[in-house]
Design a protein around this ligand. Structure first.
Ligand code: CO8
Length: 260
């Protein structure tokens, strides 16, 4: 499928998906959200794709939020539909079996931070800035950000960000646990791809199951989560990757995984 607002490039199992509308700081309008949903849907079905890096074009913004111009003309019903559309994208990113790294190269604000939080983890440039400015516009985050952020860093710090609308720098975002690791701006993409390649080189069925059990397990009781983990652990013993991985260890050779 052709995309107007996205660039997609896959090399050795690692796909870099770039939101490419730097003129508006890669803001999420309806069309961009729809294209992102189709792109993630297709990448999930593509066996040549093992791991995904999501980033924004240019050196200023990952994504500076949902498109304020488009939202300003919406009524209650339309804004509700817009939020639901964005949330469907965020949920899809969580549900696909491939790991997704958000490579935050600049501003990640509002819907942009929500998009990064929907990914499996965040790497960022030392120049990145994070925030939920929605209250400064008279609204709240609507793409799942309140839920994802509070679950990731706890309600105290999430409340401070959401209630004040202030921006924090990359160092603070890392200290608060929003970002896993910071890199020099020129290194961010290469480092993100390097980690994606490491995830693409191991048992990718296992990585997909690990994602599933963590994404779904955090909303279960501990006991249910344990049970779910054990059931997926058992299913993996019916895969070729498990036989290859353990066989290769015992034969003292490097495993060659097929993702089956
Ligand atoms: N939407 C639309 N256009 C944007 C956005 C945005 N979120 N952010 C930047 N732009 C545009 C600007 O309007 C400007 O366009 P133009 O050149 O035509 O005037 C261009 O991008 C460049 O921006 P600036 O000139 O402002 O660049 P600066 O370097 O001076 O500032 C900032 C960069 C700090 C990122 C600034 O642009 C800014 O504050 N942007 C808005 C950030 C924001 O408030 N984001 C949150 C939006 S609300 C949201 O995301 C809610 C999500 C949930 C929705 C739920 C459904 C209803």
């Amino acid at each position: 499928m052709e995309f107007k607002n996205l660039l997609i490039e896959t090399t050795e199992g690692v796909t870099t998906l770039t939101i490419n509308s730097p003129r508006t700081m890669n803001a999420l309008n309806s069309e961009v959200i729809q294209e992102l949903e189709c792109a993630f849907y297709e990448l999930n079905l593509d066996d040549s794709v093992k791991a995904i890096v999501l980033t924004g074009a240019g050196d200023k913004a990952f994504v500076a939020g949902a498109d304020i111009k488009e939202m300003s003309a919406m009524n209650s019903c339309q804004s509700h539909q817009f939020a639901a559309k964005g949330q469907r994208l965020m949920m899809l990113i969580k549900k696909i079996k491939k790991p997704v790294i958000a490579a935050v190269n600049g501003y990640a604000l509002g819907g942009g931070l929500e998009l990064a939080l929907a990914c499996d983890f965040i790497y960022a440039s030392q120049k990145a800035r994070f925030g939920f400015p929605e209250v400064t516009l008279g609204v709240i985050p609507g793409f799942g950000g309140t839920q994802n952020l509070a679950r990731l860093i706890g309600p105290g710090k999430a409340n401070e960000l959401v209630f004040t609308g202030k921006m924090i720098n990359a160092e603070k975002a890392a200290a608060w646990g929003i970002v896993n690791e910071l890199f020099a701006p020129e290194e961010l993409l290469a480092k993100s791809r390097e980690t994606a390649a490491a995830m693409a080189a191991v048992g990718t069925v296992a990585v997909g199951y690990a994602k599933d059990v963590i994404v779904n397990g955090v909303n279960m009781t501990l006991e249910d989560g344990f049970r779910y983990e054990a059931s997926l652990f058992g299913v993996l013993f019916s895969t070729e990757d498990q036989k290859e991985g353990m066989g290769a260890f015992l034969e003292k050779r490097k495993a060659v995984f097929t993702g089956k």
